[in-house]
Unconditional design. Structure first.
Length: 287
């Protein structure tokens, strides 16, 4: 398997491969998604791509020594930790720091995957923060989480955050199309009835609503970044850059921030099992 074989999160996979191709791999990533999203598979295949000796257009070759070691679970500098009982405790992060202080055995970097990252105790999070602020050269740390609200904001600010969708989610392209239309209406300050109608049956389906909110938030994020991302390596939808630039110019930073805040509030409402239609229509009123 390799990054190219992971289905359902093609845009994220392409961004990860691009970072390998261009040598712009970050030191910290956070992969968020529900239990249907195979976050570990994405993290492992990204690690393989980073470590691959052949580097086939930013992806793993599945043939070299490093790829085979990763597939067999015996690459010396790949470290995986997870919850001990109900949480990841301070002692686990302390032990991790001890490992990272050592020189890598097989190559020039350590790769770390922290499963259940949202179960870290506050003390463990504060300890990890020190590592994220001053990582050893070449270190790549990937946090896997189902609920980033349990993580302190200082950790989130030091990670590149990707929200993954499970393969059994609604067709991603249909969700993106709805998000594009809805974002366009929001930028134009369209009347409530038009924006509400644009939701269609998403307002009745919780899983689709969650995927829609993810896509919508990425859309507003791209509007904020497109004016500055000259190489177009940071955009989720670079093929839409012309429309994104036009829409971004119509929004003040305050409006962009308010839009993202409204989307995040709707996501929190869904997590609290508030009626899906109510959560989305409340978001419209704040957009």
């Amino acid at each position: 398997m390799a990054l190219r074989n992971i289905a359902g999160n093609e845009r994220i996979v392409e961004r990860l491969a691009e970072s390998v191709r261009t040598g712009t791999v970050s030191h910290a990533y956070l992969f968020e998604g529900d239990s249907h999203a195979d976050k570990f598979a994405v993290a492992k295949e990204f690690a393989k791509a980073v470590l691959c000796e052949e580097n086939l257009r930013g992806d793993a070759c599945d043939q070299c020594v490093n790829c085979r070691k990763m597939d067999h679970g015996n690459y010396e500098d790949f470290i995986e930790i997870g919850a001990d009982g109900s949480s990841i405790k301070d002692e686990a992060i302390l032990a991790l720091q001890g490992e990272l202080a050592k020189k890598p055995y097989a190559g020039s970097r350590h790769i770390v995957v922290i499963r259940d990252a949202d179960t870290m105790t506050l003390r463990a999070q504060n300890r990890l923060l020190k590592t994220l602020e001053e990582p050893a050269l070449g270190t790549v740390i990937m946090l896997l989480s189902e609920n980033t609200e349990n993580l302190v904001s200082t950790i989130l600010s030091r990670c590149i955050v990707f929200r993954l969708h499970g393969q059994d989610s609604v067709a991603a392209e249909e969700v993106r199309e709805r998000a594009r239309l809805f974002a366009e209406l929001a930028v134009e300050r369209a009347p409530f009835y038009r924006m509400s109608a644009a939701l269609g049956d998403i307002a009745q389906k919780r899983e689709e609503a969650g995927a829609f909110l993810d896509s919508l938030e990425r859309r507003f994020r791209d509007m904020a970044l497109c004016a500055y991302d000259k190489r177009e390596t940071l955009l989720y939808e670079p093929e839409d850059r012309t429309a994104l630039k036009e829409q971004g110019r119509m929004l003040t930073p305050a409006r962009l921030a308010a839009a993202v805040s409204a989307i995040e509030e709707a996501r929190r409402d869904l997590a609290r099992n508030i009626n899906t239609g109510y959560a989305l229509k409340n978001m419209i009123l704040k957009l």
